[in-house]
Write a protein that binds this ligand. Structure first.
Ligand SMILES: [Zn+2]
Length: 144
């Protein structure tokens, strides 16, 4: 008995293939769904992934490295703001990116189902943004 790739329900029996991102490249991926509705959701989401995967990777990488300019500025200009920005900026960029493009690994998708993985990924994005806002508040409160 198979599990639906979208909603994680048991006894899924609609087999189909979608040409989509699978790890680092695109290939035909076999999926099993419980209903035509879930199949349609998977196809639409895969299309969204195909269209935006490169944009997603560029945004995640620029987000991850966005601390670098602030770190340099912080070395030359002694001001706490650059230290705060070097921590908050990556979190904001990555947070917004994963809310807009809630893409995860194929393993996570098959473990939770695509529908739940999208929700979880967006919640992580929201947590990142909340932390990025809390960092300057905490630093201000401890008077650093
Ligand atoms: Zn389903």
């Amino acid at each position: 008995m198979s599990t639906c790739i979208n909603c994680n329900k048991k006894d899924a029996n609609i087999n189909f293939q979608v040409y989509t991102w699978n790890g680092l490249g695109k290939s035909n991926v076999d999926f099993v769904c419980c209903s035509e509705e879930c199949k349609k959701e998977v196809e639409e989401f895969s299309e969204y992934v195909n269209k935006n995967a490169v944009k997603f990777l560029i945004l995640i990488l620029s987000g991850a490295f966005s601390f670098v300019p602030f770190l340099f500025l912080g070395v030359f200009i002694k001001n706490n703001i650059f230290g705060i920005m070097s921590m908050s900026c990556p979190l904001i960029i990555i947070g917004i990116t994963v809310i807009k493009y809630p893409f995860s690994t194929p393993e996570t998708n098959s473990f939770f189902g695509i529908r739940k993985t999208i929700k979880l990924t967006r919640i992580i994005g929201i947590i990142f943004i909340v932390i990025s806002i809390l960092i300057p508040i905490i630093i201000y409160l401890i008077g650093y």
